[in-house]
Design a protein around this ligand. Structure first.
Ligand code: BGC
Length: 416
């Protein structure tokens, strides 16, 4: 399967590498689910396929948010050796579809009735020019806070409802000698904070205008300065060793009662569950204060790379497995996310999951399901990365908030 096609274009090479070859019995899946909770969720998928006698070749590329995975993917496709299926987010799917690299899943989607059960906000990324090119396995959202319940009880803290209450809770945890905010200094993690802070400062309209529509006025507004001011406040509550720490190690600090809070997407719940912790008893989940009932979402989808002669049997089996109602519940219970289909009975999900599923469906119904900037659902990678650079530079003290606003406007203007 691994051939070199020197001199040919990446796409032609990718096609030639797979066209007309006997169907392999395995799927090779590129993904970035390498933490304990993520690996447990992935096992649900592996076991489902192994029950159908389909083997699994694992191609893990560590790095939350998938930036490194996308770099490895590009190299694989360029060398004429694309994986069978790839975990992908938002606009990355669209970018690959535009290059003509993805298989058309329309027959499978039609048979499975995907059109009726996957909301339009997700279909925007699962389809390209009328063709299904990816199967959405879940919906995560980024505007969550994860809290150690024992610390909250010990300090007499209630779930904060406003920014000021949240800052007071962070301060109380710090004063008591805990790390107030568990954080890993990596650009995508700071961008994950940013989703919630933008939403809380300006509401859904401001989020839409600045993060999705890239409206220069919104990007350069006083509200955006307030966003950066709040980011600076949050920076004051992280520990000295935050640089480069992986997100799941930050979650472990909350699990182990070393830290009080973490701002992270609900994949963090997968880590709590994997450690045997129970929502409501050991840890709490609540929306970033000021963004209650709002959702900045990202959906993990599996895009299938073209095998030349249409979709292979293994790809079809993988896509069908991913979209089956039973699988969507079984997988998302472990992953921390909620099903990508809106027609399922959520009673098997835990309290955080039920809340997330309700929020997701309500946001979808009201047209307020906002794509996460931090996780590639607001804009293509070029814009996302330009925003990452400014947010991280400011977080690390390179700019004050007023300069960060100016830098953001310029960076977005250049990259879009
Ligand atoms: C993905 C999640 C993943 C997280 C951390 C996000 O971009 O959507 O599935 O768990 O990154 O790796």
């Amino acid at each position: 399967m691994h051939r070199y096609f020197g001199g040919k274009t990446a796409l032609a090479a990718a096609f030639l590498a797979t066209a007309g070859m006997a169907q392999a019995a395995d799927v090779e899946v590129l993904h970035w689910w390498t933490s304990g909770g993520e690996a447990s969720a992935l096992n649900v998928l592996k076991e489902d396929l192994s029950g159908q006698d389909i083997g699994w070749q694992d191609m893990p590329v560590a790095g939350g948010g998938g930036t490194q995975a996308m770099t490895v993917l590009r190299a694989r496709v360029t060398s004429g050796n694309p994986p069978t299926a790839v975990q992908m987010l938002g606009f990355d799917i669209t970018d690959w579809a535009k290059e003509g690299a993805l298989a058309n899943l329309n027959d499978i989607a039609e048979e499975g009735g995907w059109n009726e059960v996957v909301p339009a906000a997700l279909q925007k990324f699962s389809t390209y020019e009328g063709q299904w090119v990816a199967a959405p396995v879940n919906v995560h959202s980024t505007n969550w806070v994860w809290a150690n319940k024992a610390i909250m009880d010990e300090l007499g803290l209630e779930e904060p409802q406003t920014w000021d209450e949240f800052v007071a809770a962070l301060q109380a945890a710090k004063d008591a000698g805990y790390v107030a905010l568990a954080h890993g200094g990596q650009a995508w993690q700071e961008a994950t904070f940013f989703d919630g802070v933008v939403l809380a400062v300006g509401g859904p309209e401001f989020y839409q205008a600045s993060m999705i529509d890239l409206d220069a006025e919104a990007l350069g507004s006083d509200q955006m300065k307030e966003v950066f001011d709040r980011m600076a406040t949050l920076r004051g509550f992280v520990d000295d060793n935050f640089s480069g720490r992986d997100w799941n190690l930050a979650t472990a600090m909350v699990i182990n009662k070393e830290a009080a809070f973490q701002l992270m997407g609900d994949w963090a719940k997968g880590e709590f569950l994997n450690a045997g912790k129970v929502p409501g008893e050991d840890f709490l989940c609540f929306r970033f204060p000021g963004s209650q009932d709002q959702v900045t979402f990202n959906s993990d989808q599996f895009a299938m790379f073209s095998q030349g002669e249409g979709v292979s049997d293994e790809q079809a089996a993988l896509a069908n497995a991913i979209m089956s109602p039973e699988f969507q519940i079984a997988f998302n219970k472990v992953k921390g996310s909620v099903p990508a289909r809106t027609d399922l009975d959520a009673s098997e999900l835990d309290a955080c999951g039920q809340r997330a599923y309700e929020d997701f469906k309500a946001a979808d119904a009201s047209g307020n399901l906002l794509g996460s900037m931090g996780h590639g659902h607001a804009n293509p990678a070029s814009v996302k990365n330009a925003m990452y650079d400014v947010i991280t530079a400011h977080f690390n003290g390179e700019f004050d908030s007023a300069t960060a606003v100016e830098e953001l406007v310029t960076a977005v203007d250049i990259s879009k």
